[in-house]
Design a protein around this ligand. Structure first.
Ligand SMILES: Cc1cc2nc3c(=O)[nH]c(=O)nc-3n(C[C@H](O)[C@H](O)[C@H](O)COP(=O)(O)O)c2cc1C
Length: 206
């Protein structure tokens, strides 16, 4: 079982990568082979909107998207991570999404895989829900079964996987966290997300 995490953060190895790594570590402990792909390491050009992909399962641009495609095809589970940039995914994540059009529009190549997404932001209510929904909708359009971080056997704690650097507000002052991983709830949610991904992949591969 392979789980590929794709980080859309423009800062390699920071908060978004740390959260993705928690998911991957838990998945690895459950037997998955895992990989974190940093989009900031890839040379992926902008979609040219040439519409080549309307008539065939191919993109007219030759660049690192070929490497990403190989990893996407080999994965049983695809986990997207993006920090919130202007109540949206980052430019890197959006560009990745645009460039996968050829995997979706002629034939849904990634159909039947398991998908999940997580996000983190500066503020407590900084646009996480919208950003998460954008990634989950993308995964659904690509034909993936999207799981969330709910433990079905426990009372609900966090319905969405949305971190923040802002911890709260007290006595007219904002209380900041050093890292998004300082939030125990989001760490627990990352681990549950991994369990839900692994469980569904196993069920689908029976
Ligand atoms: C261009 C830009 C736009 C941002 N927009 C938002 C925003 O709309 N809401 C928010 O709460 N934080 C926003 N942030 C803060 C980031 O979401 C936050 O710093 C996040 O932790 C970055 O993740 P990283 O550590 O993986 O880079 C923005 C940051 C940048 C650079």
């Amino acid at each position: 079982m392979k789980i590929l995490a794709i980080n859309g953060s423009h800062r390699k190895g920071r908060n978004t990568a740390e959260l993705l790594n928690i998911v991957l570590e838990e998945a690895a402990a459950l037997g998955a082979t895992t990989e974190l792909l940093e989009l900031s390491d890839m040379n992926i050009e902008l979609c040219a909107a040439c519409n080549t992909c309307l008539g065939q399962c191919q993109c007219s641009i030759t660049d690192d998207m070929a490497i990403v495609e190989e990893k996407l095809l080999a994965a049983d589970g695809i986990l997207l991570g993006s920090p919130v940039y202007w109540v949206n995914v980052t430019t890197l994540m959006k560009n990745f999404m645009d460039r996968t059009r050829y995997l979706h529009i002629y034939r849904n190549v990634l159909d039947g895989k398991v998908g999940a997404a997580l996000t983190t932001a500066g503020l407590l209510y900084g646009g996480q829900e919208t950003t998460l929904k954008i990634m989950e909708s993308f995964l659904q359009f690509q034909g993936l079964y999207v799981v969330d971080c709910r433990n079905p056997n426990e009372p609900i704690k966090a319905p969405i996987l949305a971190g923040s650097l802002m911890e709260g507000f007290k006595d007219e002052r904002v209380i900041w966290r050093r890292n998004a991983t300082d939030d125990q709830l989001i760490v627990a949610s990352c681990k549950q997300l991994a369990r839900n991904m692994v469980k569904l992949i196993r069920q689908l591969n029976k």
